[in-house]
Design a protein around this ligand. Structure first.
Ligand code: UD1
Ligand code: MG
Length: 461
């Protein structure tokens, strides 16, 4: 959108609808694709094009939608009640600055539209000086979408909603459908919105009626047939949500593979749009990488792993069955099989957690090993510490959480309970099976368990 700074644009995203066909108690536009709310994709695309005045029309559960998008520099208008897409733009128009030349309208439920598609639509609109330019695609079956009716010369006459065309089979047979993306000349839009009347069939006020209106007024109407139909289908049902997920997954996975990442089975690998992965990393099947996650080079991840909002350095190994959330694994760190790294787990260089180890809000300094059956919560564990099998930090007394500190080079014997707050000093030893309730000084051995006794076995009877 190179010239947009001297041609003022406002983009309106329609997001007030409930999404009845989703059969959901959440607003449709917050349903996620690869871990990100669908509407966020559209916002990203518009921002990447340099469109900075973005107006989101909210209504159904408006607070939730606004909260999800807060901090993105968007403006919101509330449409209450929701009387249709035309009504939504009527409401939004009150917030469009007077000097804006072009108003773009996009649907929050058509989130995968590519920047190129938006750019082409805008360019055609500008070149033709049209009052309205609508984006369309050809489908084998027009399904529930609005049909684009053209005259013999190929000029667009109107867009007819499928619901309103029950007795017009020739219209339903049309394969060209409206994607729900438009550019309007602001002056035309402002005036024409006042003329809209509700559909006699659904009582909704349709934005699409502006097309026939412009035609009747002799104003320029353009339509751009976009070839990128898979990314332009609206999401109105769970099935369409799943289809969009597949499409986006394949697109993103292809990009990662092209950039040098091995996906053993791209069909079962789900990588969110904000994830970055270094080259020569190998990802095994059934792996999910979501949120703001970055993975370094030469890592091995999976199978059956879920990582969200985490940072992995180079040469990190995450074996089968791990769940990792808001955590960091520095170069050469290892987790799994079956480790659970909960928020604020920080594994430094070469630290290793093994099978059935859970970590939460803890730092494991370089070379720490906790290889088996352990819980480390609210702990700081110094370099080179060996945490024996079955060690538990007892960090919670039922009211508050307390810190455990294990200093460099200490050795924690198997099946130790560390009752926090507690510190095990540098190079100290804790005997297996101990319940440690007091600090252990550096270099000392602590044993806190019942002494073994050997007794004769009394013969019975
Ligand atoms: C709409 C178009 C249809 C097009 C299809 C493309 C109309 C009348 N129909 O149909 O021609 O083929 O999109 O996907 O425009 N919304 C509001 N306020 C409302 C109603 C809807 O903000 O009062 C929002 C919804 O949240 C949604 C978008 O507008 O994001 C489209 O509404 P939806 O009900 O999905 O319309 P479709 O039936 O898909
Ligand atoms: Mg829709």
């Amino acid at each position: 959108m190179t010239k947009k700074r001297d041609r003022r644009i406002t983009a309106i995203i329609l997001a007030a609808g409930q999404g009845t066909r989703m059969k959901s108690s959440h607003p449709k536009v917050l349903h996620t694709i690869l871990g990100r709310p669908m509407i966020a994709y559209l916002v990203d695309t518009l921002k990447n094009l340099g469109i900075d005045d973005i107006l989101v029309v909210v209504g159904y559960q408006a607070e939730k939608v606004m909260a999800a998008l807060r901090g993105d520099g968007l403006r919101f208008v509330v449409q209450e009640p929701q009387l249709g897409t035309g009504h939504a733009v009527q409401v939004a128009m009150t917030a469009v600055p007077v000097d804006v030349e072009t108003v773009m309208v996009l649907c929050g439920d058509v989130p995968l539209i590519a920047g190129d598609s938006v750019e082409c639509l805008y360019r055609l609109h500008q070149e033709k000086g049209a009052a309205v330019t609508v984006q369309t695609v050809e489908l084998v079956d027009g399904a529930h979408y609005g049909r684009v009716v053209r005259d013999e010369q190929g000029r667009v006459l109107e867009v007819v909603q499928a619901k309103d065309a029950k007795d017009r089979p020739e219209v339903l047979a049309i394969k060209e459908i409206n994607t729900g993306a438009y550019c309007f000349a602001a002056a035309f839009l402002r005036a024409a919105l006042r003329e809209l009347t509700p559909s006699p069939v659904t009582q909704e006020i349709y934005l699409t009626d502006l097309i026939s209106l412009a035609r009747r007024q002799g104003q320029g109407v353009e339509a751009l047939r976009d070839a990128d139909w898979p990314n332009l289908l609206g999401i109105n049902s769970r099935a369409e949500l799943a289809a969009a997920t597949q499409i986006l997954k394949r697109r993103l996975n292809a990009q990662h593979m092209a950039a040098g990442v091995t996906l053993v089975d791209p069909e079962t690998t789900y990588i969110g749009p904000l994830v970055t992965i270094g080259r020569d990393t190998v990802i095994y099947p059934n792996t999910y990488l979501e949120g703001h996650t970055s993975v370094g080079e030469g890592c091995l991840i999976g199978p059956n792993v879920w990582i969200s909002d985490s940072v992995l350095g180079d040469q990190v190994v995450v074996k089968m069955g791990c769940v990792i959330t808001e955590s960091r694994l520095a170069e050469g760190a290892q987790a799994g099989p079956y480790s659970h790294l909960r928020p604020l787990s920080d594994l430094r260089e070469g630290a290793k957690v093994g099978n059935f180890v859970e970590v939460k809000k803890s730092t494991l300094h370089p070379g720490v090993k906790a290889n088996h059956l352990t819980y480390l919560g609210d702990a700081v564990i110094g370099p080179g510490v060996n945490v024996g099998a079955g060690t538990i930090t007892c960090n919670y007394d039922g009211v508050k959480k307390y810190q455990t500190t294990i200093e460099a080079g200490a050795f924690i014997g198997s099946n130790t309970a560390l009752v926090a707050p507690v510190t095990v000093g540098e190079k100290a030893y804790v005997g297996a099976g101990s319940t440690i309730t007091e600090d252990v000084p550096p270099g000392k051995l602590a044993i806190a368990r019942g002494r073994q006794v050997i007794k004769e076995i009394k013969k019975r009877g």
